[in-house]
Ligand binder design. Sequence first.
Ligand code: ZN
Length: 353
Amino acid sequence: MPVNVKLLKELCQTPSVPGREARVRKVIEKHVKPLVDSVRTDAMGNLIAVRKPRAAGKKARVTKATKKVMLAAHMDQIGFLVRHIDDKGCLRLQNVGGFDTRNLFARNVKVSTAKGDLPGILNPATKPVHIATEEERKKIPTIEEFYVDLALGAKEVNKRVKIGDMVTLDANFVDFENAVASQCLDNRVGCWAQVEMLKKLRNHACEVHAVWTVQEEVGLRGAGPAAFGVEPDFGLSCDTTLCCQTPGTPEEMRVTEFGAGVCLKIMDSSTITDIKLVEDLERVARAKKIPHQRGVLPRGGQDGAMIQRSRAGVRTAVFACPVKNIHTVVEMAHKTDLQSYPDLLAAWIAQVK
Ligand SMILES: [Zn+2]
């Protein structure tokens, strides 16, 4: 079956930064509603969809022995909130999530106001190369030095833009033969995989709690409260991870292999995953001939950390799609890695007793 690129594109083109997830949540809810028994949004903004067990295509009885599987994909993307409007009408930004400022020069951005989105240009407050000194040319600016030009003038900007409005980078979604490239594949891919998994799922003995979490990019803030509410037996974090199979990075630092299948993380700096659970996922993947790989990320975390440590502790595994150029507007994912992701989620969930 070909990868459902259309849904992934829709998710990637819907801006939502930490604390401003309403727009992407609405899109996800629309796609998920027909696939589940209930959908709710909790106090923090996490979207929680529940699918009761199914046997012979019908809803099955839930008993005390019924296992709960919680999936968590963060639906926020790295971005900015407006911090200040200067006397020329230029915006200064507060980043929400980690940026490499070298990737922020001369970018199209979208400023999302109460009355709609405005186009803007993001650039550092520096001179063009023609008139910059040798010293100035070498300097890498900090986030504080970047500004957004809306080409509207101070009066109009002050009328339309408020402190706290969301600003996101705005780039195209490119559909290659074997891959896709876009802004915020981290983590619209995980959001997408959970929806696609629910579409595939037929009969299952466990109760599925699929959660799309908020504020992951500013410190895994949504997943903990969500896990506390769900009280799962198993946690599956659905995110992306680094693929550094690119010139300039030695082979032993690649983290994942591009196109070798979804990565089951062994550890990152937030979580050491449940190795027995990883082995069980690998057993199912081998039986169903679903491409998969292991990966170790020396630095970086994801929502699984909060699920694993909620209440009295939860057995947790971490799914991660390999992504090249992560945290840029040209994040790239292989279609084999994309397809294997919902395939393995569905295959494993279908056999949980
Ligand atoms: Zn992520």
